[in-house]
Design a protein around this ligand. Structure first.
Ligand code: CO
Length: 170
């Protein structure tokens, strides 16, 4: 890297990244994609005592030029059965909206908010209406489908890492 002064945004992002890497208490971690400080991958452990327990969730984060004045774009790569997350991984969460985002937020606080959304769905402001109705009216069915999706995604992840291991042996 050149000795020129890092721009404020880049500087802040490196600090944020370092803090997140050093924080082992939160069940979230992040890595840079292709060494790009504006493109992060995050890993989230499914919160205990929820239908997502036992799951590992991957997210993709793109950080805009206007950060921290504009929110990052973040979505799940792992499929999640949830009233506020659709099957393409889009997340309906207030602080992700430009009007509600604040520069006091960080990627870490955002990830923690998403974890707490997993724990506390908001069926009154749904992204997927059918899942929200099921969550409200038929919790048993919701729980079963949500757990099934965690299992299916875990199997896919295991198959993918086995394939990677096999490829490495060749
Ligand atoms: Co990406």
């Amino acid at each position: 890297m050149k000795k020129t002064k890092l721009k404020g945004r880049t500087n802040r992002l490196f600090k944020e990244f370092k803090m997140l890497a050093e924080d082992t208490t939160a069940n979230v971690s992040a890595q840079l994609i292709s060494d790009n400080i504006y493109h992060w991958g995050a890993t989230m452990i499914g919160p205990l005592d929820t239908v997502y327990e036992g799951g590992v969730f991957y997210l993709d984060i793109h950080i805009p030029e206007e950060y921290p004045h504009k929110p990052p774009k973040i979505q799940f790569i792992t499929k999640v059965y949830h009233p506020n997350i659709n099957l393409s991984g889009h997340i309906c969460l207030d602080i992700l909206k430009e009007s509600s985002w604040s520069a006091a937020q960080t990627i870490r606080t955002l990830l923690i908010s998403i974890m707490s959304l997993l724990d506390n769905p908001n069926p009154d402001d749904p992204l997927v209406g059918s899942i929200a109705r099921e969550y409200t009216n038929d919790r048993k069915v919701f729980n079963r489908k949500a757990r099934q999706m965690v299992e299916d995604e875990t199997k896919k992840q295991e198959a993918a890492s086995k394939k990677e291991l096999d490829n490495n042996k060749k």
